[in-house]
Design a protein around this ligand. Structure first.
Ligand code: GLC
Length: 742
């Protein structure tokens, strides 16, 4: 197989050390000089990353012995400088440490969780958020973040979708690249930048059953067409590091996957950054049954090209012995060390190893909070609205629900350094906006998992005294994120029962769901006069939601993931195959007559008890105005395999309020050597228009973006007919325009 031959060749080259990465000759020369002076123990030390808290004798001893290359989780700049001083001043070669942290969606000023940032469909917002995070975290001495996570997620049960950008490779690629640019800026040696770390390479989101860390089975066309493109885009954006994933791909754990790490990432893509393992993922190859013991795991990781061992202690314990016994070559070690030193040079740490916290400290700057609020506003997705929103009331407002005043949970998962005292909740923002006297507040439920219904009657009675009910439901932060998967993705606790109870008050109900994943909300959609969805919105989530509810800001978010009607539909995504039995009509379970004949419901692909469609499709989101899209115009209806498809379309705000919408360009390859999806997103653009305003949009899609990978892993661009749509949701029902690759 072509792909395998390439990999083997590259792996051989890499191990002999004859593959040089692209770096300035001066830096490479300095790296060569350092490596030539290093003992084997010092080389192994550079490949060892530890989680450190505090300046303690044990950590100082390891640093002075040259046994540590990087520390994660220390965020006190004074301690960072003290530990760095040990490395720079009290070791033989004065090689600085890299200090790392999971700064996933903010350090102190928390932005919406990444899936929420993706709901903005605005890469500039993601880039700005990453820039602010880098500004804040670097002032604590953090120069390496384990972000962006660009794992494609098509299973809403998987808790880690919260950290990614959703189900689609085109959208995720744009967001991942934007995050890299934001973290790294245009000069990674500047002290207020952070090295990005693109993770989890690769295929982690395909974890079987949506259960974290589970096995993945990913045929090469799926790997290359869906799971890898966001990583390639992030590498092309200049990402300084990658992190390999916990999962096995088709039986091979990523931490020992030479084809993936050397063949594709470094061989095909020519990437020259630092590959760090996930936490103990090298050691976990023993649990996988892929390594007999940690010594074997160390050999597998090093040979596969994992440069740095995060907290498995496999390299520290075994690499020197493996080299001395000839089981791992010095050349391999030197190549791993080279990648680590290169990132340290790129970060400017040899010339500027210390953090000047006093001059850099910029937590919660007004402009940062403003940016975080705008991101949260843009990430809110309006799913249902019978006209109750924007809220016009001048009377009393009943605010209720477990997420109305949940300062801790509002920031969502991976908010280690968040201070909830700085979080502005919806309750606080509504009191500020409408006046505390006009807000009646009773939570009804104390937290999202609460099953105590004893407060319902009191709350319903209070609601009767208001003009409108604002119900804030959702998930606590702990119910999504790493290892936090759910087999039932409905509202936790008694939240749905509480909504039913609130109906008895006889008032309009605006339900806002604040959560870390798509939830199944069919009943809530029917019981609510308006349904607004906010993926954990961060520090300024309260003012953002108050601005959207009140109409000060129009909602413009679009779903980055399909919302299933019920969990049995999962995995649920828009870019499905047509199958041989596409569904044109359905007989649902309650409509089937008694003693119905075996074939009476037809023989096509759908669920008797759920139909076929999601509750809300990818790309969907309402506004306070309406938009129309002209029929797309093609510069040419035929393009060559090396050509570019140029598509123009006019979008018009046909309503009476300003608003934003996202023009989404989808294609379908009608006939190919592999069955192709019924739709694939190939471009998008967010526009903000005044009432009656029109904007002419033009998309240029290279024909190479219309190709796919065959079963041999080869990229092919086949001639044939395509359909194309430009609209504001993936469930666009318009007639497509047609073009061909000739
Ligand atoms: C965790 C996560 C990874 C994170 C790392 C360091 O287990 O999988 O995303 O960056 O460990 O905290």
């Amino acid at each position: 197989m072509k792909f395998k031959l390439l990999t083997a060749a590259f792996a051989a080259l890499a191990i002999t050390g004859s593959v040089r990465a692209a770096e300035s000759p001066e830096v490479e020369a300095r790296i060569d000089e350092l490596i030539s002076q290093m003992t084997l123990a010092e080389k192994v030390g550079q490949l060892n990353q530890l989680s450190g808290y505090g300046y303690n004798p044990d950590m100082v001893g390891q640093i002075r012995a040259g046994m540590v290359g990087s520390l994660l989780n220390e965020v006190d700049p004074e301690v960072v400088n003290a530990l760095q001083r040990e490395a720079v001043e009290n070791t033989r070669l004065h090689i600085p440490l890299i200090f790392a942290r999971d700064v996933i969606h903010g350090f102190k000023t928390m932005f919406p969780i990444p899936i929420g940032q993706s709901a903005t469909w605005d890469p500039a917002i993601v880039e700005q958020g990453a820039r602010i995070a880098a500004d804040e975290a670097s002032s604590a001495g953090i120069r390496w973040t384990f972000s962006p996570m660009v794992d494609i997620a098509r299973d809403a049960r998987w808790g880690r979708l919260a950290e990614g950008y959703g189900e689609d490779p085109c959208l995720t690629a744009a967001m991942g690249a934007a995050a890299v640019r934001g973290y790294q800026g245009d000069d990674l040696s500047r002290p207020n930048t952070m090295a990005a770390c693109v993770k989890h390479f690769a295929g982690y989101g395909a974890s079987e059953g949506g259960r974290d860390y589970n096995t993945t089975w990913i045929p090469e066309p799926l790997l290359r067409d869906v799971y890898l493109p966001p990583f390639k885009a992030s590498a092309d954006a200049g990402a300084a590091s990658f992190m390999c994933s916990f999962n096995d791909i088709n039986g091979v754990p990523s931490s020992g996957n030479t084809e993936l790490l050397r063949g594709i990432l470094r061989g095909e893509w020519g990437w020259d950054g630092l590959m760090v393992s996930d936490w103990n993922s090298i050691g976990e190859m023993v649990n996988h049954g892929f390594a007999a013991d940690k010594r074997a795991a160390a050999a597998l990781g090093a040979s596969a090209g994992v440069d740095m061992d995060m907290e498995a202690h496999c390299y520290a314990a075994h690499l020197a012995d493996l080299v001395e016994k000839g089981e791992v070559s010095v050349a391999t070690i030197d190549e791993l060390v080279r990648n680590v030193l290169r990132m340290k040079f790129r970060l400017g740490l040899f010339d500027n190893p210390y953090v000047d916290a006093a001059s850099m400290r910029r937590f919660y700057a007004a402009e940062s909070l403003e940016a975080a609020r705008r991101a949260a506003e843009e990430s809110a997705v309006l799913l249902v609205n019978n006209g109750i929103l924007p809220l016009a009331t001048t009377g009393k407002i009943f605010v209720t629900g477990p997420m109305a005043d949940a300062a801790h949970d509002q920031s969502g998962t991976w908010s280690f350094d968040m201070e909830k005292s700085h979080t502005v909740t919806p309750l606080a923002a509504l009191r500020d906006m409408y006046g505390a006297d006009n807000i009646i507040y009773l939570p009804g439920l104390a937290y999202s998992r609460d099953r105590d219904t004893s407060k319902f009657d009191e709350a319903v009675a209070a609601a009767r005294g208001a003009d409108v009910i604002l119900y804030f439901a959702g998930e606590e932060a702990v119910l999504s994120g790493e290892a936090h998967c759910r087999a039932d993705i409905s509202l936790p606790g008694a939240q749905t029962a509480y909504l039913r109870a609130l109906k008895a008050a006889g008032k309009p109900i605006v339900t806002t769901v604040i959560a870390g994943r798509p939830l199944t909300l069919p009943e809530e959609s029917g019981l609510s006069d308006a349904l607004l969805f906010s993926f954990h919105p961060g520090t300024m989530g309260g003012p953002a939601l108050a601005n959207v509810i009140s109409g000060r800001v129009a909602p413009g978010g679009k779903l980055p993931m399909s919302f299933p009607r019920m969990v049995g539909q999962v995995p649920m995504y828009y870019s499905v195959k047509n199958t041989g039995r596409p569904t044109y009509s359905m007989t649902l379970i309650d409509d089937i007559p008694l003693e119905a004949g075996q074939t009476s419901t037809g023989c096509t692909t759908y669920w008797l008890d759920a139909g076929l469609a999601p509750l809300y499709p990818f790309g969907y989101g309402l506004s306070y105005t309406t938009f129309e899209y002209s029929e797309p115009a093609l510069a040419s209806s035929e393009i060559a395999a090396d050509g570019t498809l140029t598509v123009s379309c006019t979008v018009t705000n046909t309503g009476d309020r300003a608003g934003s919408d996202v023009a989404q360009l989808y294609v379908r390859d009608l006939v190919a050597s592999l069955a192709r999806p019924v739709k694939e997103l190939k471009g998008f653009e967010k526009v903000t228009l005044a009432p009656g305003e029109s904007r002419r949009l033009t998309f240029n899609i290279p024909a190479s973006d219309l190709g796919f990978h065959n079963l041999k892993g080869e990229k092919v661009i086949e001639p044939g007919e395509f359909h194309l749509w430009v609209d504001n949701s993936s469930d666009c029902k318009k007639q497509p325009v047609k073009f061909s690759i000739i």
